[in-house]
Design a protein around this ligand. Structure first.
Ligand SMILES: [Zn+2]
Length: 150
């Protein structure tokens, strides 16, 4: 019954685990959970053997799309998603940073054309841990701590 205790808060939806505590509110804002009408519960600064302080989010009735999962990966590269149906874990996966990132992050360079004109940003991922993104337009590198998600 231990499994049920961990996930019984939601009947169906998604549990996002292994989020660094420092990234919890970023993930909430990226996924627009602050405007979500379904039940959202989260815990922060939980004890973890593998992390310095982790957070977990449970979202009822939501199953995230690839684009949203890629966004999570940018701020929580080791997050794990469990999809739940009828209180059972039916899918488990670890987020993965793609090799190229289109439109989901901002270029940190204030002079970059993408910050002045209405065009999608486009980055090559040159490092995945920590994340570093090279802008196709200005060639400047945006690092994890400068990352702003669109
Ligand atoms: Zn740029």
């Amino acid at each position: 019954m231990k499994k049920q205790l961990n996930v019984s808060a939601i009947k169906q939806g998604t549990v996002i685990d292994h989020i660094p505590s420092t990234a919890l509110f970023k993930v909430i804002s990226i996924l627009k959970l602050d405007h979500c009408k379904d039940m959202v519960t989260f815990g922060n600064n939980l004890d973890s053997k593998v992390m310095d302080g982790k957070a977990i989010i449970k979202v009822e009735n939501r199953f995230f799309k690839d684009k949203e999962i890629n966004k999570i990966a940018l701020v929580a590269p080791h997050a794990k998603l469990n999809t739940i149906k009828d209180y059972e874990v039916v899918g488990k996966y670890v987020v993965e940073i793609p090799d190229e990132i289109q439109d989901i992050a901002r270029c940190f360079n204030p002079k970059c054309i993408t910050n002045h004109e209405n065009i999608d940003t486009y980055f090559e991922v040159i490092s995945k841990s920590p994340v570093a993104l090279k802008c196709r337009y200005c060639e400047k590198i945006t690092h994890q701590d400068q990352m702003e998600i669109k």
